[in-house]
Design a protein around this ligand. Structure first.
Ligand SMILES: [Zn+2]
Length: 88
């Protein structure tokens, strides 16, 4: 179970490698997507699908990512970070 994480949108449990990791880095406070293994921070996970990404953006960040990460990233910034994650 160690590698199983939960998508914050649909609540599905999946192997960590199959989810997008969104992290607020401890040292800088920056929000980053798919950090490398040397970066430490508080993380949430999202499925690699448009539905979950759109839900995350639509739901209101204050009830989702900003709440979990205790940050206040804007919708535009988050969209920019997530846009690169979906294979076209
Ligand atoms: Zn999901």
């Amino acid at each position: 179970m160690d590698n199983i994480r939960k998508c914050i949108c649909c609540g599905e449990l999946k192997p960590r490698q199959k989810l997008i990791r969104i992290m607020k880095e401890y040292s800088s406070g920056n929000v980053i997507v798919q950090p490398d293994s040397k970066t430490f921070g508080r993380s949430v996970y999202l499925c690699y699908n448009e539905e979950c990404i759109n839900t995350a953006l639509r739901k209101g960040l204050n009830k989702g990512i900003n709440k979990y990460l205790k940050t206040n990233i804007s919708r535009e910034d988050l969209k920019g970070l997530l846009d690169g994650q979906l294979k076209s």
